[in-house]
Design a protein around this ligand. Structure first.
Ligand SMILES: NC(=O)c1ccc[n+]([C@@H]2O[C@H](COP(=O)([O-])OP(=O)(O)OC[C@H]3O[C@@H](n4cnc5c(N)ncnc54)[C@H](O)[C@@H]3O)[C@@H](O)[C@H]2O)c1
Ligand SMILES: [Fe+2]
Length: 382
């Protein structure tokens, strides 16, 4: 067994108040507080920058990004930040700002262009230290060696994968997630559930990763519906934040698989949010995998339903029901994917071997197209 480094993790109510102390340990002099527009509008960026007021630490806030990150964005922002030359990055938000911060960190440090890093061996040294503060409960990016970016040259989502971009410290304070809107809560939560399921069934899974993935499945199954309907429920928000963290540790080491590979063209070509794309595809990939996953889906269903008298199929039904209970009743068709693009997307998805190789069952291009067609036509019904 080989695992990626797990960052220092502070996870408790009020953990955010340790930010200044943690920053000082990184010898913070010029701090880049990197976030996005929605997180800024929610007042979270002010709350963070206020912690540095009158503390003789220079800060610069950059929160202009308003959609999932692309290579063009990283190129322009890196150019703009070159003069500021931060020696610490505080990434505040969901996967969007945390992933962008990881790319900025290595681009600023190495002066290389972002495209260089899609080739794993090109990332040979650590970037600027990062403190990651998640405000969604979804991607687990605060602990993963991954930065997902849409490549503007071909509109395909690609990942930088390197131990050198793992954040140094992750500060998880569920208070920061209380204002997350219901639809973001639902999508990001379903993303975390997808991470947990795909990492649990991955051929790379081992006892270490399975422990995290299963705990994540339990926490997310207990809490996702609650937080979508009662955003202010602190305990349920905390359960989701820990669930997404554990899923992040699980999938950092065991990988994610076909749901993610099929979701990448949906997001890259049509701007469908990552969590939504996963939500629309997850049950149909599970149906495809069912004959290879009888035992693992049964264990997953036991955690989801908290009883032992269950079948593998129950895990699929649970996932469909959960999406509906969280208000997601869309299909690929209703989110605007043209049916005549499905064959092209299937080809693109199957070329992402980094993800497809982790699927418990091999998927051919025609099978991938068939899964897309199921997700195009079906509305998850029970
Ligand atoms: N690095 C990884 O390991 C990894 C894993 C999965 C997904 N991703 C990537 O992460 C991105 C998606 O991240 P995400 O699902 O966290 O969503 P996100 O970061 O894109 O945020 C979605 C929206 O919610 C808003 N928001 C976030 N937190 C809020 C809060 N507390 N209150 C109010 N509004 C808030 C944001 O402003 C944004 O408008 C995608 O680009 C995806 O590819 C990365
Ligand atoms: Fe994901």
């Amino acid at each position: 067994m080989k695992t990626y480094k797990i960052p220092e993790i502070l996870a408790y109510p009020g953990a955010i108040n340790q930010l200044l102390m943690v920053s000082k340990r990184y010898n913070a002099k010029r701090v880049l507080i990197f976030s996005d527009l929605g997180v800024s509008k929610a007042g979270i960026v002010d709350l963070i920058s206020d912690l540095f007021k009158e503390k003789q630490v220079e800060t610069l806030v950059e929160s202009s990004i308003d959609k999932e990150p692309s290579t063009s964005f990283i190129e322009s922002i890196t150019q703009r930040l070159e003069n500021y030359d931060p020696n610490l990055i505080i990434a505040v938000g969901g996967g969007t700002p945390i992933d962008a911060a990881k790319a900025i960190s290595i681009c600023l440090k190495t002066k290389k262009t972002v495209h260089d890093f899609f080739t794993p061996d090109n990332c040979t040294k650590k970037g600027i230290p990062i403190i990651a503060i998640p405000t969604t409960a979804g991607t687990g990016s605060e602990v993963t060696p991954i930065s997902v970016l849409t490549d503007n040259r071909d509109s395909i989502k690609k990942a930088i994968v390197s131990p050198f971009i793992i954040p140094d410290t992750a500060i998880l304070d569920a208070n920061l997630t209380l204002k997350m809107p219901p639809h973001v809560t639902a999508f990001s939560g379903m993303d975390a559930l997808t991470h947990a399921i795909e990492s649990y069934t991955s051929p790379k899974a081992n006892d270490f990763t399975k422990m995290f993935s299963l705990k994540a499945i339990k926490l997310i199954s207990e809490n996702l519906k609650v937080v979508v309907n009662e955003g202010n429920n602190y305990d349920a928000r905390n359960g989701m934040l820990l669930g997404s963290l554990y899923a992040g540790i699980g999938f950092s080491n065991a990988g994610v698989a076909a749901v993610h590979a099929l979701a990448y063209p949906v997001g890259g070509l049509f701007d469908v949010p990552h969590g939504m794309a996963n939500t629309l595809l997850l049950p149909y990939v599970m149906e495809f995998n069912l004959d290879k996953c009888n035992d693992t889906y049964k264990i997953i269903a036991e955690k989801m339903l908290k009883k032992s008298n269950v079948s593998a199929q129950d895990a699929i039904e649970f996932v469909k029901r959960l999406a509906l209970d969280c208000g997601v009743d869309d299909t690929l068709k209703t989110v605007g994917i043209p049916e005549n693009k499905l064959a092209f997307m299937a080809k693109e998805a199957c070329s992402i071997s980094r993800l497809m190789d982790n699927n418990p069952k091999t998927i051919s291009t025609s099978e991938a197209e068939m899964i897309y067609k199921r997700a195009y036509n079906s509305r998850a019904q029970i």
